[in-house]
Design a protein around this ligand. Structure first.
Ligand code: NDP
Length: 337
């Protein structure tokens, strides 16, 4: 049983020495447990926070723990009534080949599902996040302008496409021409802007002639700096993530802009609301699955995955994802179904 563990806490960008590849015996399930074999594992930005011991909404990993992650797994052997050998499930098995589970938080997938890995992306936690953040906090109204960065990632791509369903003008932001082209052609964004362009702020302004009504915050940093002056009165900002800061070791360069931001919140009467998906919205997961399942099936919502083969490539793929070197939902294929 191969396992990737947290070897030490990273400073800045995680390095190979922060991870430790170990092996252990395949665990044996007890009376009320099952043995799971990992097929796909999900790499998500939040895992960077769990590697650090800074205060957060969830406890950090301890040094020596197996790296955490949602997984698609196959039941090898089950002593739990509702699960049988051969079932495919979404579990939280972490970065390892085998794990035991008591079934808590484990969701069964349809055995005939064409793409089980979607259960980690568009039909899983990231898709759910984009859907709930936009609809519940963003409160979309037809004709309004929505801006979202990391537009080709699983959260941003969902936000943009759900925005299209609500009749919004959708403005994506992504890193590089290929991603921007894909966002418009495949995902249906009205326009997508490359945040690496020298005149990024100018381009964003031109793309939002009527200002911004919903800014779905995924990244922070210079994207938010460019968004601030364009926010309309009563704009909504679901604060979902700040991925540009996750590897940061210092405050951003330049003058303190907090006073300016507070003034803007007051004058423009902004709604700025953070949320942690399952804590806020866990009960809504079935309703999300039903709606999103239909949209994915009909092609109204499309998805792109960035799949890397091999458990041992997880650390490298994780660092690349945080830097934007992924193109679509980052998944590691650990084994065949
Ligand atoms: P992605 O797969 O989209 O990966 C992160 C992307 O962020 C990169 O691909 C890159 O895209 C972009 N990025 C990285 N650095 C910068 C930067 N300096 N400036 C602008 N963009 C940058 O991630 P997810 O879709 O999985 O997650 C998106 C956000 O949602 C994250 O902040 C994550 O933490 C958050 N999240 C929050 C949850 C919650 O419950 N609140 C739940 C799930 C996710 P590009 O190359 O296009 O710039």
């Amino acid at each position: 049983n191969r396992q990737i563990k947290l070897a030490s806490r990273p400073t800045g960008e995680p390095k190979p020495e922060n991870f430790d590849m170990a092996t252990s015996d395949i665990p044996a399930p007890k009376d009320d447990e099952m043995l799971l074999r990992t097929v796909y594992l999900s790499l998500d930005p939040y895992m960077r926070g769990r590697m650090s011991d800074a205060k957060s909404y969830a406890d950090p990993l301890e040094v020596g723990d197996v790296m955490m992650s949602a997984t698609v797994a196959q039941v090898v052997e089950s002593n739990i009534d509702n699960f049988a050998a051969g079932d495919l499930v979404v579990s939280n098995s972490g970065w390892q080949d085998y794990s035991v589970s008591n079934g808590e938080g484990v969701v069964k997938l349809d055995k005939d599902m064409a793409n089980p890995s979607y259960g980690l992306g568009v039909l899983g936690m990231p898709g759910f996040t984009g859907y709930m953040g936009l609809t519940d906090i963003g409160k979309p109204q037809k004709g309004e302008t929505l801006v979202v960065a990391a537009a080709t990632g699983p959260v941003g791509a969902t936000v943009g496409q759900v925005g299209n369903q609500y009749g919004l003008r959708t403005v994506g932001i992504a890193g590089g021409a290929d991603k921007c082209e894909f966002a418009v052609r495949e995902l249906g964004f009205d326009v997508c802007i490359d945040h690496k362009a020298d005149d990024f702020a100018e381009q964003l302004k031109n793309a939002c002639p009527d200002g911004i009504d919903i800014y779905y915050e995924n990244v922070g940093g210079k994207v938010f700096d460019a968004v601030m002056p364009l926010l309309n009165a009563h704009a909504r900002i679901p604060v979902c993530g700040l991925v540009s800061q996750y590897n940061a070791t210092d405050l951003p360069e330049g003058k303190d802009r907090l006073g300016m931001l507070m003034g803007l919140i007051l004058r423009q009467r902004l709604t700025v609301k953070g949320f942690i998906i399952f804590e806020e919205y866990g009960d809504h997961f079935p309703e999300f699955l039903e709606t999103m399942g239909k949209w994915v099936e009909s092609g109204a919502v499309k998805t792109k995955e960035h799949i890397t083969d091999g458990l041992n490539n997880a650390p490298d793929a994780f660092v690349k994802m945080l830097n934007g070197e992924n193109f679509g939902k980052t998944v590691i294929k650990v084994a065949d179904v």
